[in-house]
Design a binder for this molecule. Structure first.
Ligand code: C2E
Ligand code: MG
Ligand code: MG
Length: 303
């Protein structure tokens, strides 16, 4: 709107563009008016993008680890690697802020490769030291998964670290199915041949059809946190979680609930025969040392 949103045609067009992007981000088929906060967001984005290049060069990233437990035995069975950015001026930045930007700019490729290498080194060392055979879950973003040399990179990291492939679990999202189903199936088959595990992260929140479940060679569904959140209040959410668990059982997939915050949620999941859980109720993400001190001391090795 002239003159409130800009005095020149250039500025007006630029701001109209930002409003359009916001409308698209929020699910399309709607309109948005420009506001100053959108300009802020763009500024912040540009700053993060610039700083990310340095972060990659200077290795400013660290991995935190969150434990995953078997519901029946209550024992730790693995962990998820969650990246953090130690920004020299801003302190710790969470992945929710910079991963979407890195995905947009393509920087996710370099970051993602580092995550896989670091996570594999860590779990190999931990399993050797403790005699346990824990599994390491790593988040893979769609752009990373779709990159043509993705499988080769995983293969070379497994060889370099001599990590048994089944101890690596790749978390992908339903989104990769939307891009190109045939290509995704082909990539997943190659990964399965290497022997790695595949999980669908945030299951139930994507827009894809369920038909892919029959076609994708996957091992595990991760029930998204919003369903778990609602379970103690909403009968409908219990119904959804129950349906996902039954679906997984019938498809011979393991199922893990994420974002479990309370004991009452845990008890419902136990009754519904969910296989595994991850959440603040049993453990928050910790850095490598704290993780080892908290979860790996006094653990008996698996048979
Ligand atoms: P995600 O893979 O679904 O990971 C779960 C997120 O939920 C993590 O947030 C975790 O700290 C948080 N969480 C776990 N349990 C609870 C709980 O009981 N309550 C609450 N409120 N939160 C819980 P985080 O670490 O901030 O990561 C956010 C997202 O960033 C991840 O969601 C994942 O999509 C992405 N991400 C993290 N690390 C990486 C990475 O190395 N590569 C890629 N591509 N994405 C990553
Ligand atoms: Mg995940
Ligand atoms: Mg998730």
């Amino acid at each position: 709107m002239y003159p409130y949103d800009g005095e020149t045609s250039d500025t007006l067009m630029k701001h109209a563009d930002m409003a359009m992007y916001r409308a698209k981000e929020q699910g399309k088929n709607q309109y948005q008016f420009f506001n100053g906060e959108m300009d802020q967001t763009v500024l912040q984005k540009t700053m993060i993008e610039t700083d990310l290049y340095e972060a990659i060069e200077q290795k400013q990233f660290v991995l935190f680890y969150q434990p995953q437990f078997d519901v029946q035995t209550k024992k730790i069975i693995g962990m998820e690697a969650l990246i953090r950015w130690m920004h020299p001026k801003l302190g710790m930045i969470s992945p929710g802020v910079f991963i979407p930007i890195a995905e947009e700019t393509g920087q996710i490729i370099a970051i993602g490769e580092w995550v896989i290498e670091e996570a594999c080194r860590q779990i190999k060392r931990r399993n050797e030291q403790t005699g346990l055979s824990l599994r390491m879950s790593v988040n893979i973003s769609p752009k990373q998964f779709l990159k043509e040399n993705f499988v080769e990179h995983i293969d070379s990291v497994l060889r370099e670290t001599s990590l048994p492939a089944h101890q690596l679990d790749l978390e992908i999202t339903e989104g990769v199915a939307v891009f190109n189903e045939q290509y995704t199936i082909h990539k997943l088959q190659q990964l399965k041949r290497l022997g790695v595990c595949i999980s669908i992260d945030d299951f139930g929140t994507g827009y894809s059809s369920l038909s892919y479940l029959r076609k994708f060679p996957i091992d595990r569904l991760k029930i998204a946190k919003p369903f778990i959140d609602g379970m103690t209040e909403e009968k409908e959410d219990v119904a959804v979680v129950k349906a996902i668990i039954v679906l997984a059982q019938n498809l011979k997939l393991r199922v893990i609930a994420e974002g479990v915050e309370t004991l009452s949620q845990f008890h419902i999941l136990e009754t519904l025969q969910c296989d595994e859980i991850q959440g603040y109720v049993f453990g928050k993400p910790l850095d490598a040392d704290a993780f080892e001190n908290t979860y790996l001391q006094n653990q008996l090795p698996n048979e």
